[in-house]
Design a protein around this ligand. Structure first.
Ligand SMILES: [Zn+2]
Length: 284
């Protein structure tokens, strides 16, 4: 009995193995034509293709809205960054200006201290008792005189620097005002476009979301992948003048007939887009 069981088990295992191998060897076709079951409702290939085409139209509308906004969102972002950068620059220059002001003040204090000392020493000169004292005071007066000259030189240098910084602040402020005005007008322009299209876009997105639930996930994923790699964002196209409506390569007559039968999901051999019958797209 044990032996028989074992044999059966073996057989089952080998059967299982075959099934697995078969599954691996069978290419997974995302555009599988088994009727989709959505909420227990069987959808025909024709219905699936029709839903997919409607979804394509909605997504193309959303793409158009995005194109309308164009570069504006990026321009606004760039201007915001530039305005913030200019503001930081102005604040830094203002700190530099304050430092220079403090330094100049210190040099002025040095001058008044030296002036006071010179006055004091000059007064003392009237009461000197010998040559040594006279020489010593004279040297002090000379030294304080040099200190004054040095401080005046420094004040001239720092004042020049302060002037440069003040000019930079002025220039940055002008630029800041210009960019800020640019930002304001670009933002208004963008907001206007957004408000004009916002409701439309939201409605389209809502409808697209609902429609997506009626399309089986594998087909939807495949469609989205095709759309992403297609430059014009088209994942489903119809036959136009015997050619694919996406890449315009000719479609053989037999293939065109198959497409018109609406029994299978057929993709373009050249670009991979799903091709449908023009009548299904509402085009004669
Ligand atoms: Zn094509």
């Amino acid at each position: 009995m044990a032996k028989k069981e074992q044999a059966t088990e073996k057989k089952t295992a080998s059967n299982k193995k075959e099934t697995v191998v078969e599954a691996v060897n069978t290419p997974i076709n995302p555009l599988d034509d088994a009727a989709a079951s959505v909420d227990g409702q069987e959808l025909s290939v024709e219905q699936k293709l029709s839903n997919l085409y409607s979804l394509q139209l909605m997504l193309s509308e959303i793409d158009k809205i995005k194109t309308l906004r164009g570069e504006l969102p990026f321009e606004v972002q760039d201007l915001e960054d530039e305005v913030a950068g200019l503001n930081t620059r102005i604040q830094n220059f203002k700190l530099d200006a304050k430092d220079l002001e403090t330094t100049i003040g210190q040099q002025r204090t040095k001058i008044s201290e030296a002036t006071a000392l010179i006055d004091k020493y000059k007064a003392q000169l009237d009461n000197v008792r010998n040559n040594r004292e006279f020489d010593s005071l004279s040297k002090e007066i000379e030294y304080q005189g040099l200190e004054m000259e040095l401080a005046e030189k420094r004040i001239r240098e720092f004042s020049h620097e302060a002037k440069v910084v003040a000019d930079e602040i002025e220039r940055s402020k002008t630029l800041y005002d210009e960019r800020k005005a640019d930002l304001k007008s670009k933002k208004e322009e963008l907001n206007e476009i957004i408000s004009e299209t916002k409701i439309q876009e939201e409605q389209l997105r809502e409808k697209a979301k609902q429609l997506e639930t009626t399309i089986e996930p594998r087909l939807l994923t495949a469609f989205k992948r095709i759309r992403k790699s297609a430059r014009n964002g088209l994942g489903v196209v119809y036959i136009q003048r015997d050619a694919c409506g996406g890449c315009f390569n000719k479609i053989p007559p037999q293939r065109q007939l198959d497409i018109k039968l609406r029994k299978k999901t057929i993709v373009c051999e050249h670009c991979g887009r799903i091709i449908i019958d023009p009548a299904l797209a509402g085009v004669e």
